[in-house]
Each structure stands twice: as C-alpha cells, then as structure tokens.
Write a protein that binds this ligand. Structure first.
Ligand SMILES: Nc1ncnc2c1ncn2[C@@H]1O[C@H](COP(=O)(O)OP(=O)(O)OP(=O)(O)O)[C@@H](O)[C@H]1O
Length: 227
C-alpha cells in the first residue's frame, strides 16, 4: 500500500506555550475527502497551520506529502507548499490583478517559465472550476463564490498531492457554499485528496465523508450519525 499523504502520531499542537491539541493521531490516504469539524476555538485552524508549516510541530511525529513535520526547516516551507494546495476562507486573491494574472503570479513564483505552458495550465485549472470565461476579470468584479472557485483553481496549479481547505465556505451563503462544494467534490472524484475544515454541518449531511472532530484538545474520527 502507498504511504498516507498525511500522518500524525501522538502529536501536540501549541499556540505559543498553550497546548491546543494533544495526542493527535490521524492519517489521510491518497484520494480521500476528509472533513475536520469542531466548535470555534477548538483548534481547527491551528491544526491546518501546522500542516502547511505555519506553526511548528513541537511534539510527536508527523509527515505530510513526504515532509517530516518535526524537522521541517524554514527553507523547506516553500517547497512543502508547492506540494500542497491551500484554500482559505477569505480567498486571498490579489485585487490589483486579473484572475489570469493571479494564477500567472503563482506559476512564476514557483519556477514556471514557458509562457505557452503557463497559459495552458491556467486555462486547464480555470476550466476545472468553470471560470475559464472570466479570466480577464479582477477579483472585485466577481462574486464570493466565483472568487473562491478561482482560489481553488490557484490551489490546483502545481498538481498538489493534498489540498488543505480552511473554512472554504465560511464567507459564502448556503447556495454558493453548495456550488463551491460541488467543485471540491468534482476535483476529489478526479483524484485530488482534500482535507477541509468546516463548521457547516449542512454540507456534511449533504456530502457525507470521513470526518475528524476537534474537541477537548483532541482530534478523533466520528461516524456521521453522531456528529
Ligand atoms: N496566534 C495565536 N496566539 C495564541 N493563541 C492563539 C493564536 N491563534 C489561536 N490561538 C488560540 O488557539 C485556540 C484554537 O484556535 P484556532 O483558531 O485554531 O481554532 P479554530 O477551531 O480554527 O476556530 P475558528 O473556527 O474560530 O477558526 C484558541 O483558543 C485561540 O484563542
């Protein structure tokens, strides 16, 4: 069997000296769609930040897309992030450039040089989120759902081994949340592995999948009916 894309064992997660999560033992296999749920302040964002190298893993073991988290060095972080696609609640698009240039910016920053290849890649990812016809628009000319679809396209650019989505529907109305969720489901069906933090229980019910819950400083897997 292949290695899990994410595996933590007896890990503790701290914010400064405060213990946020302890004895975390979880794994995510290639191709899975996994939810991370939990009340506000239970540590979902802290967990996600540890996974993309924003918080150090000070205790326990963990690997993500081939990187060892406890020994992760500052200089490794850009390379780790190239193998991850990260999607945030607030989209984090650059407002001073078009959709296409937002994506081109990431490609340039990650070493792409051939203009034709870049254009083809941008077209391909925008096509996956049904935003190809709006590549000339500026983010502020798009709805929240459209901006989030562009952010998902941006996450797909470098063919990530794992997509981390931290409350991707947190700023969206219920109907738009479903549209964004449909996009995430589709890219998962096409082979992308996704870990999504959310407190949107309606989405969990509509799209049941493996669910991890943060509660009382722990993370454990829950079966849907007890969520
Ligand atoms: N930079 C920080 N410094 C110190 N403590 C922090 C920091 N960021 C978060 N915390 C604390 O860590 C705990 C977990 O916060 P975290 O943001 O991970 O929770 P969350 O489950 O993602 O919540 P939400 O759903 O509101 O985003 C909280 O008690 C919070 O106050």
């Amino acid at each position: 069997m292949s290695q899990p894309v994410l595996s933590l064992s007896n890990a503790s997660i701290f914010q400064r000296e405060n213990l946020i999560l302890s004895e975390v033992t979880v794994s995510v296999e290639k191709g899975e769609f996994v939810y991370l749920i939990g009340k506000t302040g239970t540590g979902k964002s802290s967990f996600m930040k540890t996974l993309y190298g924003d918080l150090p893993l000070q205790k326990g073991e963990g690997t993500i897309v081939g990187y060892d988290l406890p020994t992760l060095k500052e200089k490794d972080i850009p390379f780790l992030r190239r193998k991850l696609g990260v999607v945030f609640q607030d989209f984090k698009l650059l407002n001073d450039r078009t959709v296409k240039d937002n994506l081109a910016f990431v490609l340039t920053a990650t070493g792409w040089k051939d203009k034709k290849e870049m254009d083809a890649r941008i077209d391909a990812v925008l096509d996956k989120v049904a935003m190809k016809t709006k590549s000339f628009k500026y983010p502020y000319q798009l709805s929240g759902g459209e901006q989030q679809r562009v952010a998902i396209a941006r996450a797909l650019l470098n063919d990530p081994e794992l997509i981390l989505a931290d409350e991707p529907t947190g700023n969206l109305d219920p109907q738009t949340s479903v549209e964004v969720m449909e996009v995430l489901q589709e890219i998962n069906k096409n082979g992308n592995t996704i870990l999504m933090a959310t407190h949107d229980y309606a989405l969990l019910l509509k799209y049941p999948s493996k669910t991890l819950k943060c509660d009382e400083n722990q993370i454990f897997e829950v079966v849907q009916k007890t969520v």
